[in-house]
Write a protein that binds this ligand. Structure first.
Ligand code: EPZ
Length: 416
């Protein structure tokens, strides 16, 4: 099995270009089949999740063409094949085929989604959204069967602003009859990206990015060309790295508006950075200050950066805390950081991090995507050599991470 090998402790200098958003493109790819036509997606991230979704499209007789610049998806001759391939279980975002196939065919049979273990990840809110449109469903063993005579637009009130359930309900509603209103919708930038994409395909969606989204059903959609928004979590990951090792690091092709919660946290920690349009230049800070973080839905501090900023907090002089409010079990990476010398106590939903601790390289295991990224950053600041097992988790969400880090002088490579 491959491993990531890092020789840490060296400052990093240069430019890191950010790619398109993973959590947007994994919705845009399934959504494209609603056009039953040709869609081109530019600025797509070169991550393994994209490859898996392309394989799933093939099961539906949907052809794709991919090159460095765009991903082209032709769903002209799409078939509503039951999606029971094991690939459906390899990522969480396969669930977007539920909304897209239901929206297009009013019926679908799919294997339930998989993805990183961060605690229980039910899909009850997705099913509430579909049921709100008059869809019936049955779940037996690992398969779900969705069916609707007609999809009728109605008011749907989510008890929690779920990202996936908001997007999936939009996908099912764009071709429904009448108006759908989603109350307590998620407001993440990826929701806005999917709504903009669907509107470019001829949908009528208003209010994306607010907690109330209105969708007027239309008869059909058409093809389009679309550019994915920058990945705010990839950008945040490298900003946090720059705060510890930047000499300086220039993080390029970002949308600073999507990073406000992280940037204000970095300011609280005494980090110096300069924003210049779509570039952020970040300098390492030897006197990092402790802080307290509570993860929240957007625009609060993103749960996806919680594990990654934990590494930075081990380098702050004093006691920091992280309270995780979105997932019930998203501190797995702390056990690996402790192996490297971090001083972290987990108390139910809160991690208490005492710094500054001197991290030393050792062998650690990536248990999920963002936890794995936190270990890469820890290896880059640690003394000596860090070996990261199970690196495939990391490659699911970070385009060309090895090349990007090597380009800014990191001593990192994949063992074969
Ligand atoms: C998306 O997951 C992202 N994944 C996650 O990013 C991200 O952490 C999450 O949104 C929150 O921002 C993708 O976009 C592919 P949710 P999603 O529905 O849609 C519970 C990463 O690292 N819930 O907002 O699954 C759920 O268990 C990944 O890139 C229900 O209870 O997030 C969780 O505790 C990790 N029932 C909370 O809500 C449901 O039907 C947030 O889930 C749905 C969710």
């Amino acid at each position: 099995m491959n491993k990531i090998i890092i020789h840490g402790g060296f400052p990093l200098e240069g430019i890191i270009n950010i790619d398109g958003s993973k959590n947007s493109v994994v919705a845009l790819i399934p959504a494209s089949i609603l056009s039953k036509s040709v869609v081109r997606i530019y600025n797509y991230p070169k991550i393994s999740d994209v490859g898996v979704l392309i394989d799933i499209l093939k099961e539906l007789n949907v052809n794709t063409k991919i090159n460095e610049t765009y991903l082209e998806i032709d769903s002209t001759n799409i078939n509503n094949t039951p999606l029971i391939t094991a690939k459906m279980g390899s990522l969480r975002a396969s669930y977007y085929f539920m909304g897209a196939l239901l929206g297009l065919f009013k019926e679908a049979v799919l294997r339930l989604p998989g993805g990183c273990y961060l605690g229980p990840r039910p899909i009850d809110l997705h099913l509430q959204g579909f049921a709100g449109l008059d869809c019936r469903y049955e779940i037996d063993d690992e398969l779900i069967h969705l069916q609707a005579e007609k999809l009728i637009g109605r008011e749907i009130h989510f008890p929690f602003p779920s990202v996936g359930a908001t997007i999936n309900t939009m996908l099912a509603a764009v071709l429904a009859e009448g108006k759908t209103i989603i109350y307590n919708a998620a407001k993440e930038p990826e929701i806005v990206d999917v709504a903009n994409f669907l509107n470019q395909m001829g949908a009528t969606i208003k209010g994306a990015g607010t907690s109330t989204i209105e969708i007027i059903g239309v008869k059909m959609l058409h093809g389009t060309e679309y550019q994915v928004i920058p990945d705010r979590i990839e950008a945040g990951t490298y900003l946090i790295l720059g705060a510890m090792l930047g000499n300086p690091l220039e993080i390029n092709k970002v949308n600073p508006h999507h990073l406000k919660a992280l940037l204000s946290t970095l300011t609280n920690c005494g980090v110096r950075y300069d924003i210049n349009d779509d570039k952020i230049i970040v300098h390492k800070t030897d006197k990092l200050l402790p802080t307290n973080i509570i993860t929240q839905v957007y625009p609060g501090f993103p749960t996806d950066l919680q594990q990654i900023i934990t590494t930075l907090l081990t380098q702050c002089n004093g006691v920091s805390t992280i309270t995780e409010t979105i997932y019930s079990d998203r501190f797995q990476n702390c056990h690996e950081l402790i192996k490297m010398g971090a001083n972290i106590e987990i108390d139910n939903k809160q991690a208490i991090i005492k710094g500054k601790t001197h991290l030393k390289g050792t062998e650690v295991v990536a248990k999920d995507l963002r936890g794995g990224a936190s270990l890469v950053l820890a290896g880059l600041i640690a003394e000596g050599t860090t070996i990261i097992d199970e690196p495939q988790h990391i490659l699911r969400g970070y385009s060309n991470i090895m090349k990007k880090l090597q380009k800014v002088k990191a001593n990192i490579h994949m063992s074969t």
